[in-house]
Design a protein around this ligand. Structure first.
Ligand code: IMP
Length: 423
């Protein structure tokens, strides 16, 4: 059976957690393939709200096995807390959750290095979640990292010490004020490693290959969004992994010809946390209204998200790079009550009209050109089928489908599992 993918098409926070949760009952295995605890996948069901960081969103479904793939970076400290948070749900995570030996480990000093690196950048800072993601991937590509499988070896602490010492020297080099007590951090870290080691470590590429051969259905769950991809995102204001479809191949060991559906998730508008270009960003009361109604605050950092109109050019680019086969539009309900809606359908780039995402999208070079739509007043949150949709929403959806040439398969009208309408 083919492996289906589920990816965010904007700058993250599109609502992947909710959709994986909704789709999970159709799959035997849910696998995370990149990123780490910088992600925060929010799930809501039965009046409970829960945020997952590293653990795949299928954990709440009785039948699914959840794999943390080789492309993920794991912070044992965050991971142990995440497991603790699951205790209230009566989940047998020791059998339901398995971890690739090839996933890399985030060390306490990776977090400190992240902080030192950001502090040294001043105004040019990326707005990192400061979870140590960048430094851990740097050690991975620098061939210095510690992998989950290393934790099973007797001498892994020697390797740890050498790396942590090197990190401390690097922190000094940054010459910025980062306060820390490494002894305390290490005590917490080594305790958390014990918790991590109580789970099952596997050779996940082999596991997934065999699972596929035996007819098991697999959904690969992306984190962050396509515009935060290390190669195709708004570099350098990006994360440190490939968040796009190809990342699922390298992050799980799944061959490209084994990919089936590519579900692309986008919000009916756009948000971004952290720094970096955002052509359709709103700085007025309209943006504030979106943030308020959409409750646009980061699940990991609590930071307010920047809000703006839907950028169709950026969305087309993401669909193209990922090979999206089905679209899912989230938070349609948030746009209720806006008199008119805008969609960016071209850019004015240095005085010229263009319809592609150029190399340099700094605000001084690029201004959005909008197509305007009539808004709708109806509250969508109680709607259960498309026949209840107002005409204006149908017009909005029809326009996007025509422009993107991909069907919108799902419209989400609220945070709960039940507020999901299939078309
Ligand atoms: P880092 O990956 O934590 O270093 O953050 C790099 C950039 O990606 C920053 O702008 C973050 O705000 C952004 N980012 C990282 N993870 C997420 C996410 O899960 N949702 C949205 N933005 C994220």
């Amino acid at each position: 059976m083919a492996v289906d993918l589920l990816l965010g098409l904007q700058w993250g926070d599109e609502g992947k957690g909710k959709i994986v949760d909704v789709l999970t009952s159709n799959y035997n295995i849910i696998a995370r393939f990149q990123g780490g605890p910088n992600a925060g996948h929010t799930l809501e069901f039965d009046g409970i709200k829960h945020v997952l960081r590293t653990i795949p969103s299928g954990i709440f479904h009785k039948e699914s096995t959840n794999v943390i793939g080789n492309g993920v970076v794991i912070d044992p400290v965050v991971f142990a807390k995440e497991l603790e948070g699951l205790n209230q749900f009566d989940i047998d995570y020791k059998t339901k959750l398995i971890i690739s030996r090839k996933a890399h480990v985030i060390l306490p000093t990776h977090r400190l290095l992240d902080a030192a690196s950001e502090a040294s950048k001043g105004k040019a800072k990326i707005g990192s979640t400061l979870k140590g993601i960048g430094p851990t991937y740097m050690d991975k590509t620098g061939r210095n990292g510690i992998r989950v499988g290393d934790l099973e070896l007797s001498d892994w602490k020697d390797k740890y010490r050498a790396l942590a010492d090197k990190h401390e020297a690097m922190i000094k080099f940054y010459n910025v004020d980062v306060q820390y007590n490494l002894d305390e951090m290490e005590t917490e870290f080594f305790e958390a490693v014990k918790v991590l080691k109580s789970l099952k470590f596997i050779d996940s590429e082999e596991y997934l290959y065999q699972a596929q051969k035996s007819g098991k259905s697999i959904l690969a769950e992306g984190a962050q969004g396509s515009l935060l991809d290390i190669d195709f995102g708004t570099y350098p204001f990006v994360t440190s992994s490939n968040t796009t479809a190809a990342g699922a191949c390298t992050g799980l060991g799944v061959a490209p010809n084994q990919i089936g559906e590519v579900y692309g998730i986008f919000k009916a508008y756009t948000t971004r946390v952290g720094s970096g270009p955002f052509p359709t960003e709103l700085f007025d009361e309209v943006g504030e209204k979106m943030a308020k109604i959409g409750n646009e605050f980061g699940a990991v950092t609590g930071r307010g998200r920047r809000c703006g109109w839907l950028d169709l050019i950026a969305l087309k680019y993401a669909c193209q790079v990922n090979g999206v086969t089905k679209l899912m539009m989230m938070k349609g309900d948030v746009l209720s009550g806006f008199k008119s809606l805008k969609v960016c359908t071209a850019y004015n780039y240095k005085g010229e009209t263009i319809t592609h995402l150029p190399y340099n999208i700094e605000p001084e070079n690029l201004k959005p050109i909008y197509t305007e739509f009539k808004g709708w007043k109806e509250d969508l949150t109680k709607m259960t089928e498309t026949s209840q949709f107002p005409k204006e929403l149908n017009d909005y959806i029809a326009f996007l489908e025509k422009e993107l040439e991909i069907p919108i398969h799902v419209v989400s009208v609220g945070p709960d599992r039940k507020q999901t309408i299939f078309r």
